[in-house]
Design a protein around this ligand. Sequence first.
Ligand code: PEP
Ligand code: MG
Length: 594
Amino acid sequence: MSEQNRILKGIPASPGIVIGRARVLSDLGDFRASYRLLFTEEEKIAEIKRFESAVDQAHADLTRLKEKIAAEFPEHTHLLELHLLILKDQMLYDEPLRFIKESNLNAEWALYRAFERVRELFNRIEDPYIKGRIQDVESVYRRLLGNLSGKSSGRYYYSSEPLILVARDLSPAETSQMAGSKVLGFITERGGKTSHTAIMAQSLEIPAVVGLDNATREIIPGDELILDGLTGRVILSPGNGVIKKYRARKQEFEAFKDAVTRSSSAPAVTLDGHPVQVLANIELPEEVQLAQKYGADGVGLYRTEFLYMRQPRMPTEAELFEDYRRVVEAMQPRQVTIRTLDIGGDKFISRLEYAPEMNPALGLRAIRFCLREQEIFRTQLRAILRASAFGQVRIMFPLISSVQEMRTARELLQAAAQELAEQDIPFDPNLPVGAMIEVPAAVTLCRVLAREADFFSIGTNDLIQYALAIDRGNKMVASMYQPLHPAVMHMIQQVVAAGREAGIPVAMCGEMAGDPLHIPILLGLGVDELSMNAMAIPVIKSVIRQFNLDEAREMAAKALDMVTVEEINDFASQKMSERFPEIFRFGSALAGIQ
Ligand code: PEP
Ligand code: MG
């Protein structure tokens, strides 16, 4: 048994508190022991056969799993489809075969070497979401290794007793099997907030803590545990007093969540009658269900990178159109804002040949990439336009840094629309076209840009990164990444003023918009729409409903007068925790911002 009340700290990935016994999933072991060189042609033929039958077996298992999941959770089958694709991807299929044939490696070794190459490529990717997809590749790799060793991986558990799973890593496919099972929650050593596994846990509402170093070594099988998905804490062998405290906290959290969720489909209107649009950010069409469940007034940011990453070739116009149409139809009559491809040279890996960039955040990404690769852009623009015939669609361009870029993007959109018109394919001719404001140059130029756009959407994730020169993915400077920095506040104020002057709405879709702490200040600054991770919507709506716009304006004005971020943070935290004590105990966890 572990020392009583020992606390481990990981990253909160899915909110909720559970108490139960640990089941530690062991890894597949070290396969290096089975590495050997092949000396004869016969040996090579035998290894090729062994590798191919491991792949066939994995294919059969994944297909069976997919059918099983399809009945209950059709929205999650794409992950298994992704694993089926990875199984036959050249990096994980052709490469090991080549290593067997040309380098005389046995199947395990060849597979390991191929996987390490994929891992290296993913390591160079800067976007945490896409980087996190290495988990899916690794899950397939482990499955193949398990098949090669003849051991079942033993991870596809069907537990009869309630338990908390502890694993080095869990793939989204494994996580999806927890639905309706006795798994109360899970803890992994790997993973981050934006990993697919975390997204899956949230959509299944299974509390989870990820990124907890050495969890499989520190936690003893059968130990009692408290898993706190609100703070990322895991308490080993809790004493009675601690259990009692956490039971009470769990009840309070559940009551709080029920209360905010119950009213979340109603509009968010301030005490003095000003309606505020609260929308969802989504990455996958499947997330529309979450957006609806949590009462989104629409989709304020549909990140469209995923379809480009989940398969080893470029998506076709028909595939893109299908994805967009599904989202647009499901959200009808609410609005869906589709952002065009925000991807950089390094993210394409093998498909497009660009030299690796020294500094990809300042490189060929987002709209710059699309203006360079106009065929790829045209395909996406046509698909978005076609989807606009099925509901309320807006389009927006990421990383706009000049008027010329906005004009060229609009011209290309116009040309795509013209083509569709000539082909008698329906689309919305009045589709609003927005500019994302996420580069300081766009802020400086916002008054002129406002004449070129039908709306603005402030992407604070990047705007803060570029304005404060803080790499958004770098842990070393994470504490300097401050949304309430006076420079950021003044930029927001400037963008809102330009929007007002031109009569166009100003939205915000970076993580800043989903943190309850910032809401009154953002309302006071005049931001019209807030778009966020769907789980944060109920809390944000509830904050809006308890505020007066005048009071919010007063707060914003005071904050704008302050000259240090510390002052602004203290001011906002003090005011908000006095006004909303329960939200500040739970709400920030729901918003996933701890
Ligand atoms: C942003 O930069 O704030 C944004 C919403 O875009 P992304 O996080 O996808 O870069
Ligand atoms: Mg951005």
